[in-house]
Design a protein around this ligand. Sequence first.
Ligand SMILES: Cc1cc2nc3c(=O)[nH]c(=O)nc-3n(C[C@H](O)[C@H](O)[C@H](O)COP(=O)(O)OP(=O)(O)OC[C@H]3O[C@@H](n4cnc5c(N)ncnc54)[C@H](O)[C@@H]3O)c2cc1C
Length: 295
Amino acid sequence: MEKTSRIAILGGGIGGLVCASELNHRAGSKAEITVFDRSDYHTYQPAFLHLALGERKLDKIRRPLEKLKKQGINFLSGDIFRIDQENMVINAEHGDFEFDYMVISLGTQLDPGALNGFEDNALNLYTADGAARIKEALGSFESGKIVIAVSSMPYKCPAAPYEMAFLINAYLKKKKRRENVEISIITPEPQPMPVAGAEIGQNLVNMLEAHDIEYLPKQKITSIDEKQVALEKKRVKADLIIGIPPHSCPEVIKDAGMTGKSGWLEVDRHTLKTKHENIYAIGDNTHIGLANGKA
Ligand SMILES: Cc1cc2nc3c(=O)[nH]c(=O)nc-3n(C[C@H](O)[C@H](O)[C@H](O)COP(=O)(O)OP(=O)(O)OC[C@H]3O[C@@H](n4cnc5c(N)ncnc54)[C@H](O)[C@@H]3O)c2cc1C
């Protein structure tokens, strides 16, 4: 009888779930697939923007990972503590598990504590809880300045701060409060979405200008203080600060010594194979060199 391959998918985010479903579809009974995640739910992060505007509810943007079992995919809830790539063992909340193949899809680690004052003075657009707090703040925001602050690069979804600014602009117009509110984006990027190229970046800058949204690129934020964003050479006053926190590769991957020079899991861009035998990686925890020289 043909041997069944044991495949571990580390992380039930978009990358992990698409991979699990596709492998299950293609390999059928030749593979036994197990998804690990510390959360019992898959939450669709792009909808955080709509959560922040009160256009979506949390239970409409997340699904229980237990549902994977209906497709014949195992789900193990709990933290992954250690990846032993030599012996193909995962040490997780429920014990040690041995596999033939691994796909690492643990996303990015958000490190709000890495920027002074972020946790106390900014509302975090990149968590469901933070988005819910933004909704509360916008609901009663009558006048003043809203700053969208990008802590550092790289960060996931480079379009999100710009989308947020345009959505807030439309929201305030609808509520007839826009003329009393200034909106500003502060970012270390040289242009919006650098990976998309100069032309798209300039088009976006023009759109921001047309909607009276101030744009401050190439700014290093040194701290976020109460109602103030501190830059290297000046301070910007704000009544509401919406922040994108610093990002890094998840600790468990760093601890396993699996990161490359980039600080992320480096993979072959054609096969998503890491340099470790039978270990692949997908999604935000990877570093993939692109044809245009960016990553
Ligand atoms: C506000 C916002 C808007 C966005 N908009 C877009 C968009 O319009 N288009 C787009 O393409 N992308 C968008 N994104 C980005 C997109 O959501 C991510 O690129 C995508 O979720 C990455 O998928 P992933 O599987 O790599 O990681 P994730 O979806 O982050 O999943 C990682 C999973 O690993 C789990 N995990 C991590 N560490 C451990 C551990 N030690 N033990 C157990 N489990 C662990 C986490 O719980 C998580 O479920 C947006 C993101 C945000 C925040």
